[in-house]
Design a protein around this ligand. Sequence first.
Ligand SMILES: CC(C)(COP(=O)(O)OP(=O)(O)OC[C@H]1O[C@@H](n2cnc3c(N)ncnc32)[C@H](O)[C@@H]1O)[C@@H](O)C(=O)NCCC(=O)NCCS
Ligand SMILES: Nc1ncnc2c1ncn2[C@@H]1O[C@H](COP(=O)(O)OP(=O)(O)OP(=O)(O)O)[C@@H](O)[C@H]1O
Length: 257
Amino acid sequence: MFTVGLTGGIGSGKSTVADCFTALGVPVIDTDVIARELTAPARGTPPDARPAGGLGAAPGGAALNAIRATFGEAVMQADGTLDRAALRRRIFADHAARHQLEAILHPRIRQVVGQTLATLTAPYALIVIPLLVQRQDHPQGAGRGCKADKSATTTHRPEGERLAAYPLRVETSGYQDVLNRVLVVDCPEEAQIARVMARNGLTHAEIKAILAAQAGRAERLAVADDIIVNTASLEALRAEVAALHQRYLALAAAPSP
Ligand SMILES: CC(C)(COP(=O)(O)OP(=O)(O)OC[C@H]1O[C@@H](n2cnc3c(N)ncnc32)[C@H](O)[C@@H]1O)[C@@H](O)C(=O)NCCC(=O)NCCS
Ligand SMILES: Nc1ncnc2c1ncn2[C@@H]1O[C@H](COP(=O)(O)OP(=O)(O)OP(=O)(O)O)[C@@H](O)[C@H]1O
C-alpha cells in the first residue's frame, strides 16, 4: 500500500493535519496513539480508563511490565497505571532513560503499524510518526549511514526516490522501508511553544527540554518530500491538505517506478 509518513516537532500541528486527512476519508495510523495504548491500563479495566482508540489498536498495557521493570515504582501510580508526568520528567531530564523507553516502545509500535497496514484497503494511508527523524547523536542513528555533516541540513531527497534508496543523512527510525513519501509539518519554534503552553500547560522550560530531545527543523526538512508550513489559519491548512490528498491519490494510482 502507498504510505505517507507525517512528522513534525512538538506542537507543530501533526494531529491537526492528521485530522484533516481523516476528514477526507484517509486511514490514519498514529504512532503516539499506539504508544498510549501500549502504556494504558491492561485489558479488563473499565473502558473509560482506556485511551480513545484509533487505527492500530495495540494490546492494552503490553509495554507496562517492561516499563515498570526498567524505571521502577517511581513512574507508576498507586492504582498500577503509568504516571505519565513522572515518566515524562524522567526521560526529558536523562537521555539514557529516554533511549531505554524508546527501545521498549518502538519495536512494539512498528509491529502494530505493520499489522495495521496489512488490514487496510484504501488507496493510501497516512502514518503519523513524531520521531521519524532523530537527532544525529541518537543511538538509532549509529551505523546506518548517517553523516553528521552540515549538508544534512540542506540535502533534499530527489523527487520520487524511495526513502530506503537514498543514502540517509538523518536517522529515520526504521520506517524507511515502509514509507513512500514524507510529509513534514513545520512552524517556527516560538509558535510551537506558544501552542503547547496554551494546550496543556507545560512550562516553557519543559517544552524547551522536549524540543532539545527532538530533531531540529532543518533535520526533518532534509528528508521531506512535502512540507506544510503551519503558520496560517485552519482553513488554509485544510486547503493545503486537500491539495496534497489529490496528489497522493494520483501518486498511489500511478504504477510504481
Ligand atoms: C513519556 C510519556 C509517557 C509522557 O506522556 P505525556 O502524556 O505526559 O506526554 P505526550 O505523550 O503528550 O508527549 C509530550 C511531547 O513529547 C514528545 N515526546 C514523547 N516522547 C518523546 C521522545 N522519546 N523523544 C522526543 N519527544 C518525545 C511527544 O511527541 C509530545 O510532543 C510519553 O510521551 C511516551 O510514552 N513517550 C514515548 C512515546 C514514543 O516514543 N512514541 C513514538 C512516536 S514515533
Ligand atoms: N494553524 C493553526 N492555527 C491555530 N492553532 C493551531 C494551528 N495548528 C495547530 N493549532 C493548535 O496548536 C496545538 C498543537 O497542535 P497539534 O496538537 O495538532 O500539534 P502536534 O504536532 O500533534 O503536537 P504534539 O507533538 O504535542 O503531539 C493544538 O492546540 C492545535 O489546535
